[in-house]
Design a protein around this ligand. Structure first.
Ligand SMILES: C[C@](O)(CO)[C@H](O)COP(=O)(O)OP(=O)(O)OC[C@H]1O[C@@H](n2ccc(N)nc2=O)[C@H](O)[C@@H]1O
Ligand SMILES: Nc1ncnc2c1ncn2[C@@H]1O[C@H](COP(=O)(O)OP(=O)(O)OP(=O)(O)O)[C@@H](O)[C@H]1O
Length: 315
């Protein structure tokens, strides 16, 4: 029996973008029912699992990268360590003592608390990585999705990182319409907007789920349909962080922009373009001091580029 992982394993944790987000209802426990078309951008955090020394089944987290500093103080509650604890707890009682100790390095490249699900993507990537590093821990696909939902409403869609229609509170996933290749720009003004505050302060109005076709042949057709939809959290987020309105205006005025909208609970906004190159060309018109700007394509298409401490904690 060996307790050593020899290979370094890698995963990318891509930004989730809500192309529309309708709040369709509210559950008795306060969580909101949603209808959203979620897609994944080329922009991503990166996770690597290294062999470590220590207690069997332990996981140490190191955080690096341009947005790492903001997470260091709350490392113990990092979604990556929460994912590790949850996965370990689902294993049979004798399994954790046989698991190799691990060190996960998070290269935090996505802004935190910004509506693009970076923490959720990290948690899902950690689940994928740990299932590879700890083959002794066996979970069914159904159980994996339950664990993901326990970690957060956005985590289930991040498990596969493919475009999906989100329903329920985020855990009901259905196939997305066939999407055309398109360009995307992401802009975050640097102000964290906490998701609970946005849901709390929104007007108590509900919208029906959107009617979407089976697919869109081109960006024009997709934008025509998306323009009739909304992000129902946008007004509440703008009230908390008025700079979001400025970001939306700047994006809408960028050359080649076909649609500008906020993602998730904000503050990150996205713009759609005809191609990744068109998005990159428009970038110079959007950049402002202190703003994080990313331009490129959807995950799996061309990747983009972005502008914009290390600590150890174990579980
Ligand atoms: C807004 C979205 O980003 C859309 O994709 C997600 O619904 C948010 O997902 P998330 O950040 O993973 O959310 P969670 O960490 O599960 O929840 C944070 C808080 O947001 C509120 N929340 C979240 C999801 C949801 N469907 N209804 C809610 O009311 C709740 O107050 C909850 O306590
Ligand atoms: N690895 C992580 N990356 C980012 N945030 C994390 C992480 N682990 C824990 N968190 C906590 O989760 C909170 C939400 O982070 P995240 O970046 O996922 O927000 P978000 O982009 O608004 O997500 P969503 O779009 O799902 O609402 C942060 O304020 C932070 O306290």
């Amino acid at each position: 029996m060996t307790l050593v992982v020899t290979a370094i394993l890698h995963e990318s944790a891509h930004a989730k973008i809500n192309l529309h987000l309708h709040v369709t209802g509210r559950r008795p426990d306060g969580y909101h029912l949603l209808d959203s078309l979620a897609v994944f951008a080329g922009a991503a955090d990166h996770l690597a699992v290294h062999p470590a020394e220590g207690i069997p089944g332990s996981v140490m987290l190191e955080i690096t990268g341009p947005f790492g500093a903001g997470l260091v103080a709350e490392s113990d509650s990092n979604l990556i360590l929460r994912a590790a604890r949850l996965l370990r707890a689902t294993a049979d009682a004798d399994v954790p003592a046989r698991l190799p100790p691990l060190r996960i390095v998070l290269d935090k490249r996505l802004p935190v608390a910004s509506g693009i699900g970076g923490g959720s993507a990290d948690a899902a990537a950690a689940l994928r990585l740990l299932l590879r590093a700890w083959p002794e821990v066996r979970v069914s696909r159904a159980r994996l999705m339950e664990l993901a939902a326990e970690l957060g409403a956005d985590v289930p869609v991040c498990v596969d990182q493919v475009a999906a229609r989100m329903g329920g509170v985020g855990e009901v996933l259905e196939a997305a319409p066939d999407l055309p290749a398109c360009g995307m720009m992401l802009v975050n003004c640097g102000e964290a907007v906490p998701t609970p505050a946005v849901f709390r302060s929104r007007a108590p109005v509900f919208h029906p789920a959107a009617a979407l076709p089976a697919g869109w042949a081109d960006v024009g057709a997709m934008v025509r349909d998306l323009s009739a939809l909304t992000n129902d959290l946008e007004d509440a987020a703008c009230a908390i962080c008025p700079t979001i309105r400025t970001v939306l205006q700047v994006l809408a005025a960028a050359p080649g922009c076909r649609l500008a909208r906020m993602s998730g609970s904000g503050a990150t906004c996205f713009a759609l373009f005809d191609s990744a190159q068109a998005a990159r060309d428009a970038r110079v018109a959007v950049e402002r001091p202190g703003w994080w700007v990313w331009a490129g394509g959807l995950r799996g298409e061309e990747c983009g580029a972005q502008t914009g401490g290390t600590v150890g904690r174990a579980v």
